[in-house]
Design a protein around this ligand. Structure first.
Ligand code: G3P
Length: 217
């Protein structure tokens, strides 16, 4: 499974990227606004740091304006993917953009049928929002399972990005479901590699080795 960083924080992205396990980045208007910096320069910096797709989201709501904006965003860097909201206007825009060869990530997907329509329109990626479904008592992981089966049934090459990831279990469950990508906030990514037993085990190894070396002298 590919792992994307779900953040627009350039410093976090630099640090995470050094691990060598990041395949891309997703941003959205909320994440960019949180940084309080110029949008275009933030996206361009991220595109230089990360060798993989970087999603930047349109802010227009009508299809013609989305398409115009997407054409501009796609020129910011070779690895920009244009995020389009899952609306009727968004579907129209995705159809046009896919015919132009501009990669799209259909975002704010909360049902299997939304995902199917996005794939039919030619989306490169669809982003089901797990945490926000769980917040209303629905099952985000189940949506990923359904999308996996539907895309496999009909051979859609659209990749599924599990988004709105809130915890370790979300990542593990979507990996088991055969999800293509999980986009993960920096604070959750840390939890994927940290384990108290690893830390305890290392302390014991270091202590035993120091004792062994002392006895050798
Ligand atoms: O990738 C989507 C993500 O940024 C939204 O996450 O936690 O605001 O639902 P959240």
């Amino acid at each position: 499974m590919k792992i994307f960083a779900d953040t627009a924080n350039v410093e976090d992205i630099k640090q995470i990227n050094e691990l060598g396990i990041i395949d891309g980045v997703t941003t959205n208007p909320t994440l960019v606004a949180r940084e309080g910096k110029d949008w275009e320069s933030v996206e361009k910096q991220i595109c230089e740091i990360v060798d993989g797709p970087v999603s930047a989201e349109v802010t227009a709501s009508e299809a013609p304006a989305m398409v115009e904006q997407a054409r501009v965003l796609s020129k910011w860097a070779d690895n920009i993917v244009v995020k389009i909201p899952m609306t009727a206007e968004g579907l129209k825009a995705v159809k046009v953009l896919s015919q132009e060869g501009i990669k799209t990530n259909v975002t704010l997907v909360f049902s299997a049928m939304q995902g199917l329509l996005a794939a039919k329109a030619g989306a490169t990626y669809v982003s089901p929002f797990l945490g926000r479904l769980d917040d209303i008592g629905a099952d985000g992981v189940e949506l990923v399972q359904k999308l996996r089966q539907i895309f496999d049934n009909y051979g859609y090459r659209t990749e599924i990005i599990a988004a709105s990831i809130r915890n370790y279990q979300h990542v593990e469950q979507v990996a088991l479901a055969g999800c293509d990508i999980a986009t993960i906030p920096a604070k959750i990514l840390v939890k994927l590699w940290k384990h108290p037993l690893t830390d305890q085990g290392l302390v014991a190894f270091e202590k035993d080795w120091a004792e062994f070396e002392r006895l050798q002298k």
